[in-house]
Design a protein around this ligand. Structure first.
Ligand SMILES: NC(=O)c1ccc[n+]([C@@H]2O[C@H](COP(=O)([O-])OP(=O)(O)OC[C@H]3O[C@@H](n4cnc5c(N)ncnc54)[C@H](O)[C@@H]3O)[C@@H](O)[C@H]2O)c1
Length: 253
């Protein structure tokens, strides 16, 4: 039987890239997103018995329900990818309480609940598993205008380390991927907001950031998906607690 993977935020962008790669790798993929219509479209498009699901990762019950439904529909859970995330742009001094709460809820609590729900299920199954979450290069170094976002992505690295230590005895590995400047709707939104704040034309902030990449091109979702494919595979069985950068050469720490 095919292994089962859940990808949150799988309806577009990096998540969609991960879904397509894991399907190619032979997984039956549960495509889960706040935008259920996009999730269904991606699942239908890849076939492979994949199914689309609604999830709001900021809501603990919704994440636990997702795991329950996926296991009942598709079988035992082998891989959980906590990919869903949002960005908020603005100086720390200008960040509203609402924006801060929203991003902490989705990016930190979302990853936390994803780890909890997957670990519960994988422990019951007793065969180990792989939990993989989205951090960022902004989780290795703070970036101007991304104060709240950077804080959440540093938090994902912390969570990844602790969960790796706590779940190792259950043969569950826990890792994170840290993309750079990925050409997705999220960066379109970041670029537009930066254009307003810096009073520059749309496209200029993205271009400037792309010029800082050693390999000289913007990152594609497939570049991230290749790393996730490895982290979801038995080839990475001896790697746990790591937050691995995949950025074409921006951060050399
Ligand atoms: N784009 C980049 O350059 C970049 C860089 C580093 C890290 N990341 C991280 O990678 C992940 C994916 O980013 P992306 O660029 O594909 O973003 P995106 O905005 O293009 O897509 C995010 C997806 O997550 C879904 N989503 C948002 N909130 C959700 C919620 N509460 N519950 C369930 N689904 C929800 C959205 O509907 C959307 O389909 C995020 O965690 C992001 O922080 C992105």
């Amino acid at each position: 039987m095919a292994k089962v993977a859940i990808v949150t935020g799988g309806g577009q962008g990096i998540g969609e890239g991960i879904v397509r790669q894991l399907a190619q790798d032979g997984f039956t993929v549960a495509v889960a997103d706040l935008n259920e219509e996009n999730a269904q479209k991606v699942a239908t498009d890849i076939g492979n018995n994949s199914k689309g699901y609604f999830v709001d990762v900021a809501d603990k019950q919704s994440v636990f329900d997702l795991v329950k439904h996926v296991v009942s529909d598709l079988g035992e859970l082998n891989v959980m990818v906590n990919n869903a995330g949002i960005a908020k742009i603005g100086q720390i001094t200008e960040t509203s309480e609402d924006d801060l709460s929203k991003i902490l809820d989705v990016n930190i609590k979302g990853a936390f609940y994803g780890i909890q729900a997957a670990a519960d299920q994988m422990k019951k199954q007793g065969k180990g598993g792989k939990i993989i979450s989205a951090s960022s290069i902004a989780g290795h170094e703070g970036f101007e205008l991304l104060g709240a976002y950077s804080a959440t992505k540093f938090a994902v690295r912390g969570l990844t380390q602790v969960a790796a230590k706590e779940l190792a005895k259950d043969k569950i590995t826990v890792n994170a991927y840290c993309p750079g400047i990925v050409l997705t709707p999220m960066w379109d939104q970041i670029d537009k907001e930066m254009a307003k704040i810096y009073n520059v034309p749309i496209g200029q902030s993205l271009q400037k950031n792309i010029e800082s990449i050693a390999l000289g091109r913007g990152e594609e979702p497939a570049d991230v998906a290749n790393l996730v494919s490895f982290l979801a595979d038995s080839k990475s069985d001896y790697i746990t607690g790591q937050s691995i950068i995949v950025d074409g050469g921006i951060n050399f720490a």
